[in-house]
Design a binder for this molecule. Structure first.
Ligand code: 5CU
Length: 364
């Protein structure tokens, strides 16, 4: 059996599920609740506005069951899809919504819980930790440093909002410094998408397609471009960032970003000093292979190199719609994209399927 490592796979640990359930009465997103038109069907509401009055019941959040919190279901999914090891991460919206005074304590307990769960399947499970981003900088840096000491933790996962002002916020510098110093990767993942207004008055008629297929990748692209423009990668040249969904649209748009900088008087004087975006893509950025097509995957490989792209599944999101299907179409499509992109070059495919993750995240 070939070794396969899944670096994009989520979990909401039981204690986090309890937090989501406790928010149901006030309908404070994120929450888990049932609705009067389907009282036996628990829905996970996480994205902005996906529970509004006008949202059709099929687009109201997503059905939620044990695959979201029960680690034995993750292991079964891994077995069903030939996955040897997984690097699990708390799913969006992480701890973004937690009251500031509870943030540090919640992060510690969620991270300890995830570290413990990884220990139940020693060697098969590792994790990216979560940060108390609504807390103080001291709390956040303290948790970064603590995560570096937990046996199964290999980095952190977070979204694009940072401390509330995005990832180009100078106030985040101590966090980047601590991550760089402790050699911990950032797994950057979208959550907020784009304002619903861009989807037009009929946006609600198209399920989750517009926010997930377009809003998520554009959100990631904008966030990492802001990091780049603000000079984060110049000040922290060893910072490593894994971008979800093959970098959003960054591989496709990097040339345009570079050209806009080269033609912008605002950047004219400093242009000489700035590292090029292609250099950052090949030095600081890693991309997952969760893009579902050969075309997108080839763009990711061309932009960052076959030694910087890593297989992922996005489990437990995008399950099959038919009941009792154990093979997930979403996973099969990503395997097929890797097959098609590399053809006979099995050693390059092996890098994406496991070699890169094993090396980068020290999974041996
Ligand atoms: O289905 C979804 O909304 C999602 C999500 O929220 N996060 C994710 O990673 N994938 C799909």
């Amino acid at each position: 059996m070939p070794r396969i490592i899944d670096i994009h796979t989520h979990i909401y640990p039981p204690s986090y599920i309890k937090i989501l359930q406790s928010r149901a009465p006030a309908k404070q997103i994120p929450y888990i609740a049932t609705f009067p038109d389907a009282p036996n069907n628990h829905r996970l509401i996480i994205l902005p506005d996906e529970d509004s009055e006008s949202t059709p019941s099929t687009s109201r959040g997503r059905p939620v069951g044990p695959s979201y919190w029960d680690i034995s279901q993750k292991i079964k999914f891994m077995d069903d899809h030939g996955i040897t090891q997984s690097v699990i991460s708390l799913a969006n919206p992480w701890l973004d919504f937690v009251e500031p005074e509870k943030a540090a304590e919640t992060a510690r307990s969620v991270n300890d819980e995830i570290d413990e769960v990884c220990g139940w399947y020693e060697g098969r499970l590792f994790a990216f930790g979560t940060l108390p981003l609504s807390g103080s900088i001291r709390d956040i840096v303290g948790e970064v440093e603590r995560l570096a000491t937990l046996p199964h933790l290999r980095g952190v996962v977070f979204g694009t909002s940072g401390l509330g002002k995005g990832l180009d916020d100078p106030a985040l510098e101590p966090v980047y410094q601590a991550l760089e110093a402790t050699n911990q990767l950032i797994f950057l993942h979208p959550h907020y998408g784009l304002p619903n207004s861009v989807y037009g008055p009929r946006g609600n008629e198209y399920g989750h397609v517009l926010p997930l297929a377009l809003g998520f990748p554009l959100e990631t692209t904008i966030a990492v471009t802001r990091m780049y423009l603000s000079g984060v990668f110049d000040r922290f040249p060893k910072l490593e960032v894994l971008l979800a969904h093959s970098g959003g649209t960054l591989p496709f748009l990097a040339g345009r970003i570079e050209s806009c900088i080269a033609h912008d008087a605002h950047f004219f004087k400093e242009e000489e000093k700035r590292r090029g975006i292609w250099d950052v893509l090949k030095t600081n950025i890693y991309l997952d292979a969760v893009i579902y097509s050969e075309v997108g995957l080839k763009a990711a490989i061309d932009a960052s190199g076959a030694d910087r792209v890593m297989f992922g599944t996005d489990h437990p999101f995008f399950p099959p719609l038919g009941e009792g299907e154990s093979e997930w179409l979403s996973v099969k499509t990503n395997y097929q994209a890797i097959d098609k992109a590399f053809g006979d070059d099995k050693s390059a495919a092996e890098l994406v399927l496991s070699g890169n993750a094993a090396r980068l995240l020290r999974l041996d």
